[in-house]
Design a protein around this ligand. Sequence first.
Ligand SMILES: Cc1cc2nc3c(=O)[nH]c(=O)nc-3n(C[C@H](O)[C@H](O)[C@H](O)COP(=O)(O)OP(=O)(O)OC[C@H]3O[C@@H](n4cnc5c(N)ncnc54)[C@H](O)[C@@H]3O)c2cc1C
Length: 338
Amino acid sequence: MPYQITLKNSGDHFQVAENEAILDAALRAKGSMLPYGCRNGTCGSCMATILSGQIDYPDGRPPALSEREQAEGKALLCQARPRSDLVIEAREIKTGADIAVRILPCRVERRELLAPDVMRLYLKLPNTERLQFLAGQYVDVLLADGRRRGFSLANAPEADELLELHVRQVPGGFFTGFLFERMKDKALLRFQGPLGTFFLREDSPRPIILIGGGTGFAPLKGMLEHAFHTGLERRLHLYWGARAQVDLYLDALPRQWAEEHPNFRYTPVLSEPHPEDRWEGRTGWVHEVVAADYPDLSTYDVYMSGPPPMIEAAKAVFAAQGLPAEQLFYDSFEFSSH
Ligand SMILES: Cc1cc2nc3c(=O)[nH]c(=O)nc-3n(C[C@H](O)[C@H](O)[C@H](O)COP(=O)(O)OP(=O)(O)OC[C@H]3O[C@@H](n4cnc5c(N)ncnc54)[C@H](O)[C@@H]3O)c2cc1C
């Protein structure tokens, strides 16, 4: 029988199975609402106070919880299992600014070429670390000479065993050139994150239009997987703009989502389809297709990410079609200045 957990500050509640860690249940039910770091009892980031009810640690008191803290009613939510309904006092995450930005080392665990110029990287953190973030945020990869390169997190926060990036090779690009041409298997990198305010606002009731240009699909993938995970019931319409079919590098995935989730629609748009694509779908600039489909945007939330020219053009067109500025969220994939 599941137990009910109530968070004192917000009054929010969620259910936890008897053998489930309280933090895992919170992540499953609500996403990143509680702070965490390592998720294995060693960092102490998820420490909270149990105001009422009983908990237990199947593997004993975790290393980051002292005997004194335990006696004072403190608990590590990543390890604690409920033994009754609980009321908990915890620092609650409301925006990206509530999450600590950290510099972490990582190993490139796997890489996959998804298109001739797009590579998927899976990054593994040290065993004692997890990165807390909100779906859609990005990290800056830190290079040896102080340069940094931004890449969006393409996984949802609850699937954080490996971090996923979709990297497009920039012609003549310093870092992406290294990554495609010279990087060794299991290479070590360092990054800073999570960064940015491009994350899903879960408290709005409005239907959502998501627009990705090229690898701008990456943060939208994280947001959508998170929305499916938490059972978000708002209507979701994804537009993915690319040049030719080969550039829709994970096209099968949103097609599958459309079959699985009745509230989700997918419209791919090609600007320069190849003759061999035999493309019968939508063509042109992705933001113009959105504008044609939604002449009145005043009742929507719009999330878009991708090349700066797409973002600039879309902002003007959408504003003219009634989209209030506070309902538009975007990450423009600007290049670094050094
Ligand atoms: C918040 C954020 C999130 C991002 N997320 C992603 C992501 O998920 N996936 C992804 O593939 N990319 C993403 N980007 C873009 C990515 O950061 C750049 O592609 C990357 O920094 C390029 O690094 P580089 O060292 O290979 O290229 P650089 O060596 O920095 O630049 C290569 C060449 O391109 C030129 N250049 C500079 N600006 C432009 C421009 N606007 N258009 C064309 N050429 C230009 C430079 O002058 C230089 O000659 C993101 C950017 C930001 C700001």
